[in-house]
Write a protein that binds this ligand. Structure first.
Ligand SMILES: C[C@H](O)[C@@H](O)[C@@H](O)C(=O)CO
Length: 473
């Protein structure tokens, strides 16, 4: 649910404003009803804007409610300086909405206002037409969702637990640039805190959780070495330790370095990361907390934006392999995929029934469980924030998760790392285009179609939109 401000621009001549007043009010009521019907909170101005001082005072009053997006509606010709004054009093994202009604020159009003904003370099979005038309309502809702996701970043705090892993430049972002572009602060927290606090977690809590996993997971494959009940308990303790850090440091999203210190000498963070990203754990339902593997900052930020758009758990994966003969990617992760992706069910037990906990592989001598499953099939939107020569861009590509019969899934997974989670994926972009341009080793996804929203997010953040394949259009 977003908070949307709504102002209607009109004519500055009292005798004209009077004659078009009812038309303006009807148009505003229709927009307000549409937005409320879509589940959003609407903050309407105290009246129709028919004078310069009202443009400022009405806009200030609406801005006081800190809307995620403010819509300037143009059902009739409107004096353009009203737009400029109202925009000056509107700090947040702006959408100009023009009608397509030949009887009333609302389109002229929108273009004159928009042209003025362009002249001063004020970023704004535009929509036009009959709000009852799906392409129009869809464009408006994409802007509303994008604005809510972007505003949701402002004032947030990222918890960077541990530093850069394995020399991974793509995992590290510039904190000044984050504050300037996204309004996000970064807390640097030592991984030692996980080790220290894990020790203090009540044993019974850890045992209870392990019991739940043993009962409900598709399999817990203890081997008496890399995966034992004690190691699984340690991973559960680490999960609770990170939950404590999130609460105490007021973290909105996080990343955990893991390699090599924890994965060599403590345990992997796979259980922690999987269930932090999940909308549940063994204690019941809970909000998801975006947590990136390898403390990947721009990865976590991409996930936080995708969560802001959908409210859903978000996938974090390595771009591990391309099966050219199948034109399918193996999006696997040396860390975790939220277990929700195993069946995308509201019933945690249905998801868990498809999850297998395997002993960690040779990369991770400290051991623990890897959280393995094959992502359930379905359409999805894939995205990743990267930087080119210091400038942010958002790679966006459509695609779909695929899952095959057990034997095929296993055969494909054994070509990479069977024990890790896999999302076999068909992308709507040629592999050559993708590999030539994709600027990171990690990719993120959410179910459904979100290309228009991501394009709007890039406009609002003044970063480059880099659509691939059919998302380029
Ligand atoms: C186990 C390896 O170090 C992996 O973590 C590495 O290949 C990556 O996934 C890097 O993103």
């Amino acid at each position: 649910m977003a908070r949307v401000g709504l102002l209607t621009m009109s004519d500055g001549r009292d005798y004209v404003a009077r004659d078009v007043h009812d038309h303006c009010v009807r148009a505003e009521e229709e927009i307000a009803a549409f937005l409320a019907g879509a589940g959003h909170e609407v903050i309407r101005a105290d009246g129709i804007v028919t004078a310069n001082d009202l443009a400022t005072s009405y806009a200030r009053r609406v801005a006081d409610a800190r809307p995620d997006l403010t819509i300037f509606s143009y059902p009739v010709w409107a004096f353009p300086h009203f737009t400029m004054l109202a925009a000056a009093a509107t700090p947040g994202p702006l959408l100009l909405l023009g009608n397509i009604d030949p009887q009333f020159p609302g389109m002229v009003g929108m273009l004159a206002g928009g042209g003025g904003l362009d002249q001063i370099g004020r970023v704004h979005a535009r929509a036009w037409g009959d709000i009852n038309q799906p392409e129009v309502s869809g464009r408006i809702l994409a802007q509303v969702n994008a604005a809510a996701a972007v505003q949701g970043l402002r004032g947030a705090t990222f918890g960077r637990i541990g530093g850069r892993p394995m020399g991974m430049y793509t995992a590290v972002a510039n904190t000044d640039q984050w504050m300037d572009t996204f309004g996000i602060d970064v807390e640097e927290i030592d991984q030692w805190e996980i080790v220290r606090r894990a020790d203090q977690v009540e044993a019974s809590r850890a045992r209870q959780a392990v019991k739940w996993l043993e009962t409900h997971a598709g399999g817990v494959h203890y081997d008496g070495d890399r995966l034992t009940p004690e190691l699984l308990e340690r991973q559960v303790r680490a999960y609770y330790a990170v939950r404590e850090l999130i609460d105490e440091w007021h973290l909105d999203f996080s990343g955990i370095k893991g390699q090599p210190e924890l994965t060599a000498h403590f345990a992997t963070m796979d259980i922690a990361e999987a269930f932090l990203n999940d909308p549940y754990d063994w204690d019941g339902a809970k909000p998801t907390h975006v947590t990136s593997t390898e403390a990947d900052m721009d990865g976590a930020l991409t996930m936080q934006i995708l969560k802001g758009l959908t409210g859903l758990p978000v996938l974090f994966a390595d771009v591990r392999h391309y099966h050219a003969e199948r034109e399918v990617w193996d999006l696997c992760n040396s860390g975790q995929h939220a277990t929700w992706y195993a069946a995308r069910s509201d019933d945690p037990l249905e998801n868990l029934s498809r999850v297998h906990l395997y002993p960690e592989v040779f990369y991770f001598p400290a051991g623990g469980a890897s959280v393995s499953h094959f992502a359930a099939p379905g359409e999805a939107t894939f995205a990743r924030l990267t930087r080119r020569d210091g400038r942010y861009r958002m790679h966006v590509v459509r695609g779909a998760f695929e899952r095959y019969d057990d034997a095929t899934n296993e055969a494909l997974a054994r070509q990479s790392t069977f024990e890790w989670p896999h999302a076999f994926t068909r992308l709507n972009a040629p592999a050559g285009e993708f590999l030539a341009r994709f600027g990171a080793n990690h990719i993120h996804a959410v179910p459904g179609e979100h290309v228009a929203e991501l394009r709007a997010v890039c406009e609002l953040l003044s970063i480059d939109y880099d659509g691939m394949g059919d998302a380029a259009a």
